[in-house]
Design a protein around this ligand. Structure first.
Ligand code: SAH
Length: 479
């Protein structure tokens, strides 16, 4: 077993660094070295266009001609980036003889220093190395960290760097300082930076710095979990799920998504049973308030997108009224996901210029609204697509009304049941036979109905799961 490498972060500001080579690899290394503030000289018979431009702007110094040992005079560090092994080795040998650290690009054995894969968040740098054993693995880990670390960490590191003196003055003892950092990192400052509210973040930082003891600060993130396939979560949703203390989730949220939640977070299912919506919604509000007030980071996790038939607006109003911090993370709504996973483009130059998201359920009078009829004439207009949520119950009535108000009985539909999930089914047919087809195939919730000419494209554009189901006689005809 070779010994592992010893990681260091080098301060190259205004230090002489030699890059040997004039091509794209040399350019890449030169740019990175200059970002670190190094004084770079580039040795090569010819420089490529970008390097030449840098040289003529005085950003680098060009050493023309073939490699000569005196190029290393005064250098702290050397990068050999030519495509000629013999030259690279000569550079490495010369560096070795002079005890100057050398990196030979893509040649760990010839190098005395390796340049790690890194995740760059301003002053915060994460470097990853496999010591040359498995560069692909290092790259893979880098990608994982890129996903996990929010861009705003750079701003947080900058803020803490600027305020270092004040923090030390306020908390001279290491123990107290550590406690302060723990509170700060769990508190609203990082969240405010994520939300690009820099001034508010600075103000909050100062408030926390001077607070005697700060009470734990709760918040609620209203997060869209998408339709089921965890691959359709946003990166932001994943990060928020990783930091949650309490998750209040709907029944619609898939198990695969729930498996990504921080292990020791408390999970509470607040699935609504048909019939007692009203009571349950009030209970959800109460649960959100209770946990946020106890200082918890609460995630209110909803299927699809929280603002599409999700009552997300009402929940935010409650939080706003209670003065609780919140953020909203959008999700992929069922209409977009089901259409994509069924091969149904919601708009199409030849068939549909607009799409409507509608729900087959309407606010009941006891919900405080009127159960008024939808505008059937508008819904029945041609050359548009309807994406109908919560459509399993009233399908008969829905198709009859649309046809009565002028939509052709032959208009294609597609029902997508369990869209994007392993058990997805797609049922297609003509509008006049909608309810019958749904009954034949025993369609269950959750299912989304798509009505419009585009639905017929599912037959040729399907790519996920089983091909669309038709009625038994059409299957016989096709055979
Ligand atoms: N906020 C959610 C919608 C909530 S209403 C969103 O943006 O998707 C619930 C309805 O959404 C269901 O009755 C069904 O019509 C639809 N739906 C949600 N997930 C679905 C899925 N995976 N497949 C099919 N339909 C789904």
């Amino acid at each position: 077993m070779a010994s592992p490498l010893f990681p260091v972060f080098a301060d190259l500001r205004d230090r002489e660094v030699l890059v040997v080579g004039g091509g794209t690899v040399a350019l890449r290394k030169t740019i990175a070295l200059r970002e670190a503030g190094a004084a770079v000289r580039v040795g090569a018979p010819v420089l490529n266009a970008e390097l030449s431009a840098m040289a003529s702007r005085g950003e680098i110094h060009h050493l023309p001609g073939h490699f000569a040992p005196h190029w290393l005079d005064g250098a702290w560090f050397v990068v050999a980036a030519t495509d000629d092994d013999a030259v690279n080795r000569a550079v490495a040998d010369e560096g070795q003889a002079r005890r100057i650290w050398v990196n030979v690009v893509d040649d760990a054995r010839a190098s005395s220093v390796q340049i790690p894969a890194r995740v760059d968040r301003g002053p915060l740098q994460v470097a990853i190395s496999s010591g040359g054993a498995a560069p692909m693995l290092a790259r893979h880990v880098r990608e994982m960290l890129e996903t996990a670390l929010d861009a705003s960490l750079g701003q947080l590191a900058e803020l803490l760097g600027r305020e270092r003196g004040r923090i030390r003055a306020r908390f001279p003892q290491l123990g107290a300082r550590r406690k302060f950092f723990e509170r700060l990192l769990r508190g609203p400052v990082p969240a405010l930076l994520c939300r690009r509210q820099h001034l508010a973040a600075e103000r909050e930082f100062i408030a926390q710095l001077h607070a005697e003891t700060s009470a734990p600060h709760g918040s609620v993130a209203l997060v869209g979990a998408g339709p089921g396939d965890p691959g359709l979560l946003t990166l932001r949703a994943l990060r928020v799920l990783n930091e949650a203390d309490v998750i209040l989730h709907d029944r619609l949220v898939s198990d695969e998504v729930l498996q990504l939640v921080r292990r020791d977070a408390q999970r509470i299912e607040v699935g609504k049973q048909a019939g007692n919506h009203h009571a349950t919604q009030a209970q959800i509000h109460a649960l959100m308030l209770e946990h946020a007030r106890a200082g918890k980071r609460v995630v209110r996790l909803k299927g699809g997108d929280p603002f599409v038939f999700g009552r997300g607006g009402e929940e935010l109003e409650v939080l706003r009224a209670a003065g609780i911090d919140f953020e909203v993370v959008p999700g992929i709504t069922a209409a977009l996901a089901c259409a994509a996973y069924a091969g149904v483009p919601l708009t199409h130059r030849d068939h549909a210029q607009s799409v409507r998201f509608v729900t087959a359920h309407h606010k009941e009078p006891h919900d405080g609204g009127d159960a008024g009829e939808p505008d059937w004439r508008a819904l029945a207009l041609e050359r548009q697509t309807l994406a109908v949520y919560m459509g399993v119950a009233g399908l008969e009535r829905f198709s009859t009304r649309l046809i009565e108000h002028g939509r052709a009985a032959s208009t294609p539909f597609a029902i997508v049941e369990n869209g994007s999930r392993a058990n997805q089914r797609v049922i297609v047919g003509a509008l006049s036979e909608l309810a019958q087809r749904a009954r034949e195939h025993d369609v269950q919730s959750p299912a989304l109905l798509i009505v419009g000419e585009v639905a017929s494209l599912a037959g040729s554009l399907h790519w996920y799961g089983a091909p669309p189901l038709r009625d038994a006689s059409a299957v016989a005809e096709a055979a």
